[in-house]
Write a protein that binds this ligand. Structure first.
Ligand SMILES: [Mg+2]
Length: 209
């Protein structure tokens, strides 16, 4: 039995369009309008608060945008609109459902993601796969407080499941492959832009299936 952890964005789910469209949708839903400069400022402030592990980085970033640009809208309402817009905008990475179902028969599956727990796990719920993942680890869980490729998040994941082998499946080289290998995971690198789930590390996947 292996513990197989999946990244979320670009591995289990992807956006139907650009993220700018999702953010535009959120402003339109909550404020009834949007400006290009609001989107840019939001992105910059979100990553500032996210990087500082502030609680509720979405609301804090919208509060900064509302202050700076005199947007007459409640930051909390904007944050709720953004999460709803994100949930509406996700689709499964092609091929991932079959791979997850096949692996879930024989192994313990987990999520190992950089992000806010409710948002990250909610996106997986949107595509109908959350119940396949018994171990759920998100960087911005207050008990974790570390993002891939920091050691603490991989160690937290391993502490959740007692397994003979640990595997990380993900689309992003540094957090999902290099960092995971350094901390004792075998790795499967997927390309979410391909038309089907691709696994260049066929040796690892073949021994798991
Ligand atoms: Mg990813």
């Amino acid at each position: 039995m292996a513990a197989i952890f999946f990244d979320v964005d670009g591995t289990l789910v992807r956006w139907r369009g650009d993220y700018a469209d999702v953010l535009t949708d959120a402003f339109e839903r909550a404020a009834g309008t949007h400006r290009g400069e609001w989107l840019d400022h939001y992105d910059e402030r979100f990553f500032h608060h996210f990087g500082a592990f502030a609680d509720d980085p979405y609301r804090r970033a919208f509060a900064d945008v509302c202050d700076e640009h005199a947007v007459g809208c409640d930051p909390e309402a904007l944050a709720e609109a953004l999460v709803a817009a994100e949930f509406d905008a996700v689709e499964p990475v092609p091929g991932v459902e079959a791979a997850v179902d096949a692996l879930a028969d024989r192994h313990t599956l987990g999520i190992l993601t950089n992000g806010v727990p409710d948002v990250q796990f909610g996106k997986v719920a949107e595509i109908g796969l959350l119940d396949r993942f018994d171990a759920r680890v998100a960087s911005h869980d207050p008990e974790i407080g570390a993002t891939k490729p920091d050691s603490d998040i991989y160690e937290a994941a391993k502490a959740r499941v007692d397994a003979e082998r640990y595997v990380m499946v993900g689309d992003d080289r540094e957090p999902d492959v290099d960092g995971a290998r350094e901390h004792g995971f075998e790795t499967v690198h997927v390309d979410a832009t391909a038309s089907d789930l691709s696994a260049p590390d066929f040796r690892t996947l073949a021994t798991l299936l």
